[in-house]
Design a protein around this ligand. Structure first.
Ligand code: ADP
Ligand code: ZN
Length: 739
């Protein structure tokens, strides 16, 4: 480490540092003893009245500022390896393409623990705790009421306990017991399994796909389209195996890691003796830093992570896989609004390694890229296990079979049949809470959030169905109020829940099937850490007959005893103003349908709809993604929507709606002068036009040519920075998903 006490002179080197500020510029500092090898290192520098951590971008012979006015860096971290040059280049690309300050991009790439200097030293490696003889003796004498101590003692009595298995309270106890000599510490070979699973023999389709992929070690983007359960993951694992053989690292990106623990286990078991690290925002700071550094040092063989892992430093990178590539979770929705899938493809090209994008329902952007030859399409059309056929999808016409409490007669009968046979059912409804709104039966008044442009959602709180307590909640700003006794508009007392949410469907099913064991899985019940895994366990061990859940149940789980999926409320998406709502609905339906009939029992899917002839539903019935994509792309082309045009959204928000509008009008006027070939629409309210009393408006800019749009931005962005914007927040969203 260098220190600030080193005197500076006329020959003291000057470094350029990128800092996490909204200003898109770099900062010069005097850095005694610095040289080219410091590029990519972290530096602690004075900035205003603070000291902040930045990344060294390079050395400069002269600063634009007079030497006397330059400040001196406080410290350069030479213990951590510097960010490698390719990662710096990737950051520069992302900063340029997504129009985000480089310093902010670099800060986002670093794990939170490395955004500060100092902090606790690195773990020397994973350790396990073992009871000493003294400890065994003492624990036996603990009083009965010391339940936490006794519980931990019992766990230790059955063998060494890894540090990762401890919660905060356990850690406190462990510290205490180490001091008392009840425990010792021993290094643990990180849970790298020594033996693993044998791969299954390949299906004919898998052989064909692999024949195409194999031998490709340089850059190429492959779109692997395969129905759920067709063995896509098996393809990834085979390619990962090839790369590990060659001494390379593999990067696997998934939409949400905590929802797919099975994948982590499956990879770990397949590659015994290899180091697999997870990288996602749910990790504790220390663990995330460790995982990141393990990747950076080239010690991780496989990095499995969420979108942020696309920026993981990987010196031996050999393959990138993006699983469920269509999932909107790959798009970051705040700060730098990047698409991890698109960055992955860029990175594959940069590092000259293959990229595999896998999905049962590819994003229409990816599908078109495949059709135009930019991506190479490979397909798996059958389920891998011979016994597991695709489920039968039936549309239930809710105009003739009128739902009662959300449930059609057909669905009730189908559930009853499963109960009789001892099989499981899933009722899927993508709305949590009791009912989407509370409605006054006298005047039709519904209850808006006073701070947002959204209705308050009725939620039931504990108390059981006999004595339920209700709340009205805003899903956008968190407002929570008790439902009023009387309608504030007409004074009427007949206030009724309108529509269905997961809680109400659960209640209706409980009334219909009093003997059945029900389990609701939505964001409210799965919020607690570990709750989701526990629920999955309950389903797997058949402690549940009927599941009620939102899309979080739909993601990548194997429920072998599940033979029925009922879908409620899907029509909602058909009338959405969002042009991507149909695409999302199709993907969701295919995914949730894929949950049924995975094992020996054939599955059945019932979709309740008032539009059974809608082509989207017809395509779901036929399991026909290509057919759906053809029709959807035709519509997109006709309406001049992506992927036929490239879009950028200028988003602005503030308390004063007129000021926000004024800013966007000025932005538009300036933009129109720059390039008449780029289309700029009128400023409009965002889909959620008011959140927590802040008004959100947006300006859509589009062009058929992506490079042209980018060169327009080159000139427009500096202009935007000059516009008066007091009291406003604004930002650009390149390739926005929610327009
Ligand atoms: P996907 O990723 O397309 O959903 P998976 O790779 O998870 O498909 O495969 C679905 C199921 O089929 C898994 O249980 C997997 O173990 C099994 N499977 C995959 N390939 C084969 C194969 N060639 N032979 C037998 N079973 C297979
Ligand atoms: Zn609100």
């Amino acid at each position: 480490m260098t220190s600030s006490t080193t005197p500076t002179s006329a020959s003291t080197p000057i470094i350029q540092v990128a800092l996490d500020t909204p200003l898109d510029r770099v900062f010069d500092y005097l850095a005694p003893g610095a040289d080219d090898s410091d590029v990519g290192r972290r530096a602690l520098v004075p900035f205003g009245h603070q000291k902040v951590v930045g990344v060294v971008l390079g050395m400069v012979a002269h600063s634009e500022l007079p030497r006397e006015s330059l400040k001196t860096v406080q410290e350069v971290d030479r213990e951590t390896p510097p960010l490698p040059a390719d990662l710096m280049e990737l950051a520069r690309f992302a900063a340029g393409y997504y129009r985000h300050p480089l310093g902010a991009v670099l800060a986002a790439i670093l794990p939170p623990a490395l955004r500060r200097m100092g902090g606790p030293g690195r773990d020397t490696g994973p350790v396990a705790y073992v009871l000493t003889a003294l400890g065994q003796d003492q624990l036996g004498q603990l009083p009965r009421r010391a339940t936490a101590q006794r519980a931990l003692g019992d766990r230790l009595a059955s063998g060494p306990l890894a540090r990762q298995e401890l919660d905060t309270r356990d850690k406190g106890l462990v510290r205490d017991w180490l001091k008392k000599g009840w425990l010792t510490q021993q290094p643990m070979e990180d849970g790298i399994p020594k033996s693993g699973d044998e791969p299954p023999g390949l299906t004919q389709e898998q052989v064909t796909v692999l024949a195409e992929l194999e031998g490709c070690v340089g850059f190429g983007t492959w779109l692997l389209h395969g129905v759920t359960g067709s063995g896509k993951t098996e393809i990834y694992l085979r390619r990962v195996a090839d790369m590990l053989e060659m001494g390379r690292q593999a990067l696997i990106l998934v939409p949400e890691i905590h929802l797919t623990p099975q994948l982590t286990e499956r990879i770990a078991r397949r590659f015994p003796g290899r180091r697999l690290v997870g990288l996602h925002s749910g990790l504790a700071e220390g663990a995330r830093r460790e995982a990141w550094l393990t990747a950076l040092e080239g010690r991780a063989d496989i990095v499995l992570g969420t979108r942020l892992a696309v920026f993981a430093p990987m010196p031996r990178l050999g393959l990138i896989v993006v699983d469920e590539e269509h999932d909107p979770a790959f798009k970051q929705m705040e700060g730098m609004r990047y698409s991890a899938r698109d960055v992955a493809v860029w990175r594959g090209k940069q590092r000259n390694v293959p990229v595999i994008l896998g999905s049962a329902t590819p994003a229409l952007e990816s599908w078109r890229n495949a059709q135009e030859g930019r991506y190479r399409l490979v397909s798996l059309t059958h389920r891998a296990r011979e016994s597991a056929a695709l489920p039968t999808v039936r549309l239930v016409d809710s105009r003739t079979d009128r739902p009662r409490q959300g449930l059609t007669q057909a669905l009730v009968q189908a559930v009853a049949l499963r109960l009789e046979r001892g099989e499981q059912s899933l009722v899927f409804i993508n709305r949590r809470g009791y009912a989407p709104t509370l409605l006054c039966n006298g005047c039709g008044h519904v209850f808006p959030c006073p701070r947002c442009s959204a209705h308050l959602v009725l939620h039931r709180r504990g108390g059981g169905p006999q004595a339920p307590g209700y709340r009205l909640l805003c899903h956008h700003c968190g407002l929570s109020v008790p439902p009023p006794e009387a309608c504030p508009s007409c004074g009427g007392l007949d206030l009724r829940p309108a529509g269905q949410g997961t809680q109400r469907v659960e209640e209706a099913l409980a009334a219909q099937f009093p003997q059945a064991r029900l389990l609701r899985i939505d964001r409210d019940t799965a919020a607690r850490k570990g709750a989701f895994a526990a629920m999955r366990e309950q389903v797997a061990t058949r402690e549940v007959d009927i599941l009620v859940g939102t899309q979080i149940v739909a993601k990548g789980h194997d429920f072998p005893h599940l033979t029925l999926v009922g879908i409620i409320g899907a029509d909602q998406a058909l009338v959405s103003p969002d042009f991507r709502a149909g695409e999302r609905l199709f993907a969701q339906l295919m995914q949730v349908a894929g949950r049924s009939g995975r094992a020996e029992h054939p599955g059945e899917v019932l979709i309740q709809t008032a539009y059974p002839r809608h082509p989207l539903y017809q395509a779901v019935v036929a399991h026909d993604y290509p057919g759906y994509a053809r029709q959807a792309l035709r519509e997109r082309r006709g309406a001049d929507f992506p992927p036929y045009v490239s879009q950028v959204l200028l988003r602005a928000e503030g308390r004063d709606e007129q000021a926000v509008l004024g800013f966007l009008m000025a932005a538009r006027e300036q933009g129109e002068a720059l390039d008449p070939g780029v289309r700029i629409f009128d400023p409009v309210p965002a889909l959620m036009s008011r959140v927590a009393n802040s008004h959100r408006l947006q300006l859509l800019v589009q062009s058929r040519s992506r490079p042209r749009l980018q060169s327009f931005l080159d000139r427009w962005v500096p202009v935007l920075g000059e516009l008066p914007s007091r009291g406003l927040r604004w930002g650009l969203d390149v390739d926005p998903l929610d327009v």
